[in-house]
Design a protein around this ligand. Structure first.
Ligand SMILES: [Zn+2]
Length: 77
């Protein structure tokens, strides 16, 4: 069974990929992509869909940042 075509602006069922364009680094145009949330830069905003190989380093960065914030919170007086 093939994944449904991506509909821009409408998140896929949580945790399930659709076939579409990866909006991170690889440039894939018809690959399985997962909804990763909204990204905002100044006045511009877009939904972020990305393939698993591109999401993995992003997920590691997010987890590392969250861990660092948690450590800082615990050390705060
Ligand atoms: Zn990608």
């Amino acid at each position: 069974m093939t994944a449904p075509a991506m509909t821009l602006g409408v998140p896929a069922e949580p945790g399930r990929p659709v076939t579409g364009m990866c909006r991170l680094w690889c440039g894939g145009t018809a690959v399985p992509v997962w909804w990763a949330g909204h990204v905002r830069f100044g006045a511009a905003a877009a939904g972020l869909w990305a393939c698993r190989p591109c999401l993995e380093p992003l997920a590691r960065m997010v987890r590392a940042a969250a861990d660092a914030e948690e450590r800082a919170r615990r050390l705060a007086p």
